[in-house]
Design a protein around this ligand. Structure first.
Ligand code: SAM
Length: 271
């Protein structure tokens, strides 16, 4: 059975977890520099995790959940879901508070609002404008789901995780001998790069692939990467084994929900 995640998230690996699982690194600790919704952590059984992402709102949510007894967080966040969910006025009011009152909000208020916005906005997208303001429009759900069970499951699982807001380069600098690394960056050529205000260019993809190859060469860590078929040549040229899979789409930039090809690029552990 697949464990769902707290957040709706573009690129979530919940739907392809069974295809991905055999290719994930065998290791005691899994390092995930692009953790997103934590679909991989919630559906695997590593002894430990290093969970990182560059999106501060996402990591603040996770850290708030684990900073207090889980039912305190649930009470705080659930209260917002009590407001009329088919009312775009309330959605835009909360979005404005989230964007403009940032300095006046406590971390837990910010986390609750982020969860509210994620579950009420269009397609669960997470996009920011050039000033860093969350700018996804209202989603018109009949009854947005409050992910109570998922929050409880996350709090339990995260007891074995370090969770931190970092750019991928900084996360990779924390990889120890014996760690496995799973990377799921914004996909090459997807045009869907605004999880946070900076994009992810082809040069970033190349730098990531080379950094992963170096870690494998120098420390012997097993590496697994998800990406679009556009990244096949980049990873194949560096010696990764490429597996192609069909992935049902949850969210795409264009609203297209037809299955899409993806690649899973693997470097086995050495040393
Ligand atoms: C495809 S999503 C990961 C999805 C995740 N595997 C899941 O199952 O939900 C890519 C993630 O990379 C993060 N990201 C984008 N640019 C980044 C960067 N420069 N460093 C670290 N994380 C970044 C985004 O915030 C987003 O959560």
């Amino acid at each position: 059975m697949k464990n769902k995640t707290i957040l709706k998230w573009a690129g979530s690996k919940v739907r392809i977890i069974e295809q991905l699982r055999p290719h994930l690194p065998k290791a005691k600790r899994l390092v995930e520099p692009f953790a997103g919704s934590c679909a991989v952590m919630m559906n695997t059984d590593y002894e430990q995790y290093l969970i990182a992402d560059a999106n501060p709102d996402l990591i603040n949510l996770y850290n708030e959940i684990i900073s207090m007894p889980v039912y305190l967080f649930i009470n705080e966040a659930d209260e917002l879901f009590g407001y009329s969910s088919d009312n775009d006025g309330i959605y835009y009011y909360f979005r404005t508070i989230f964007n403009e009152q940032e300095n006046k909000l406590s971390s837990v208020e910010k986390a609750s609002l982020f969860l509210y916005l994620n579950r009420h906005c269009y397609n669960g997208l997470c996009r920011y404008n050039s000033k860093g303001g969350f700018n996804v429009p209202f989603g018109r759900y009949k009854k947005p789901y409050f992910p109570e069970n998922e929050i409880v499951a996350f709090a339990d699982k995260a007891r074995n995780a370090d969770i931190t807001c970092l750019e991928w380069q900084d996360t990779l600098s924390l990889v120890d001998f014996g760690d496995g690394v799973y990377c799921d960056p914004p996909y090459m050529g997807s045009g869907f790069t605004q999880y946070h205000t900076a994009g992810f260019s082809d040069a970033d993809h190349e730098a990531l692939a080379i950094a992963l190859k170096d870690i494998n060469d120098i420390q012997g860590n097993p590496i697994t990467v998800s990406n679009s078929p556009e990244a096949t040549e980049l990873y194949a040229d560096l010696g990764f084994t490429i597996h192609e899979i069909d992935a049902p789409r949850t969210i795409s930039a264009t609203g297209n929900r037809k299955p899409a090809k993806e690649i899973i690029a693997v470097l086995e552990g050495g040393k």
